[in-house]
Design a protein around this ligand. Structure first.
Ligand code: PLP
Length: 431
């Protein structure tokens, strides 16, 4: 591990005034050890830290930066919007345009209206409230290993058994708050059917990541999402497709563009706001029409639809043309191929798994299809692997359970840096 004196100094200072020194836990490097890098700037595929070291960025701000950092069109749009006023607390034209663009790009018959919020967490929280309001039912089904933000009722993973009433994952979340959450194994349609056979009349909704990216990249098995659609429809429950991570990243229309399953509600975030805080949820007009002020389900936000965030989102989506998606796919597969070859050469058992252009590596002999499989991997190999890459100037997610996020700005130089770094990192993982 190379030292990073300026980052270390800043981390010490941060820990005095911020819990754990960070504003979101995974940034703290707890899973890999060492000093989290404090970044000072980003440009294209690169980040520069406080010690002046440059990294090829394979985190892309946890997904949003598909165009790379400081994309000129997005920066110009943000500057222009900011110059015109930062927030009005009134409706604005940009909000209509962003809603129209989201609806047009996904182009799903069931996505007719969207509401803008400030984070993916707000989007999923609001979608669940709406599902409960619309159905008059209380239970929510989620899948182990799927993350939907830090919504109290969703901070729960499975215990044993098929249909497990969830136990909270976090102190401060009460048993009552998760008691109505049922956690099932991902990719297990039989478990979903069994659960609905027992509790179908009480289930308001099933929420699933359109493709799981929060236990590493685990795509839904063929027919899984469609099966969820069928079961929920049969029992009068809503299906919430969480596209916060996949939306506008894995294709112009998100996961829906690859696997067009009609959800009742979709949630979006990350790419659609170009790196500023905004997110959205949407669905059929009759469902969305139940939201206040049109309907009885309350939902609101002082900064929702903020003009600067909306401008960033519009500029990002407008710049993300077919060539951007071709580059994301090509870069993901190039890095994945290099990664697999380096691990083969070092004799490390592994699976490079894709969900569209999201991908990650599992240190396992067989493909991973659920959270139990992800947890059973030799995750201890990731720590030395991560640090070897970091030392060689490649910034990976500081946790074995996160997807890798390429961007379209990665050029030959960035890819060459990754190619040069991988053999040493693979040897470190083998040790
Ligand atoms: N849903 C999914 C699938 C996510 O990956 C995330 C965050 O990573 C969220 C929801 C929560 O979004 P946010 O961090 O903006 O609250």
């Amino acid at each position: 591990m190379s030292d990073a004196p300026k980052s270390a100094e800043l981390f010490e200072r941060a820990q005095r005034v911020t819990p754990g020194g960070v504003n979101s836990p995974v940034r703290a490097f707890r899973a890999v050890g060492g000093t989290p890098r404090f970044m000072v700037s980003g440009s294209g595929p690169y980040l520069v830290d406080a010690d002046g070291r440059q990294y090829v960025d394979l985190v892309s701000s946890w997904g949003p930066m598909i165009l790379g950092h400081a994309h000129p069109a997005v920066v110009a749009a943000v500057q222009a919007a900011a110059a015109g006023g930062l927030s009005f607390g009134t409706p604005t034209l940009g909000e209509i345009e962003l809603a129209e663009l989201i609806i047009a790009r996904v182009d799903a018959p069931s996505l007719q209206q969207v509401r803008l919020v400030n984070s993916g967490t707000e989007a999923t929280m609001s979608a669940i409230r709406l599902a409960r309001g619309v159905t008059g039912r209380h239970r929510v089904v989620k899948f182990a290993g799927c993350y939907h933000g830090h919504v109290d009722a969703l901070l729960a993973a499975a215990g044993s058994g098929v249909a497990t009433f969830a136990h909270p994952d976090s102190e401060g979340v009460t048993g009552a708050q998760t008691a109505e959450t049922i956690v099932l194994p991902y990719n297990d349609l039989a478990a979903v059917e069994e659960c609905f056979a027992a509790y179908g009349a009480e289930i308001a909704c099933v929420i699933t990541e359109a493709a799981a990216g929060n236990m590493g990249a685990v795509a839904p098995l063929a027919g899984f999402n469609a099966g969820l659609r069928e079961v929920t429809y049969k029992h009068g429950a809503l299906l919430i497709m969480d596209e916060v991570m996949t939306g506008f990243r894995v294709s112009a229309a998100g996961w829906y563009g690859l696997d067009p399953v009609e959800a009742d509600l979709f949630t979006f975030g990350k790419v659609m706001s170009g790196g500023l805080p905004a997110a959205a949820f949407g669905g059929r007009a009759d469902v969305m029409g139940q939201l206040s002020p049109a309907g009885p389900v309350y939902q609101a936000g002082t900064l929702s639809g903020n003009p600067v965030a909306v401008a960033a989102g519009l500029a990002s989506l407008r710049a993300a043309d077919a060539s951007v998606y071709a580059a994301l796919d090509a870069n993901a597969h190039t890095v994945g191929r290099l990664l697999g070859a380096a691990l083969d050469e070092a004799g490390v058992a592994h699976q490079v798994q894709y969900a569209g252009s999201l991908f990650s590596v599992f240190f396992a002999d067989a493909p991973v299809t659920d959270f139990a499989g992800a947890q059973a991997c030799a995750t201890w190999r990731y720590k030395p692997f991560f640090h070897a890459m970091l030392d060689a100037g490649v910034y990976l997610p500081p946790s074995a359970f996160e997807a890798w996020f390429v961007n379209a700005a990665m050029d030959d130089g960035a890819l060459a840096r990754i190619a040069d770094a991988l053999p040493g990192a693979a040897r470190a993982a083998a040790a």
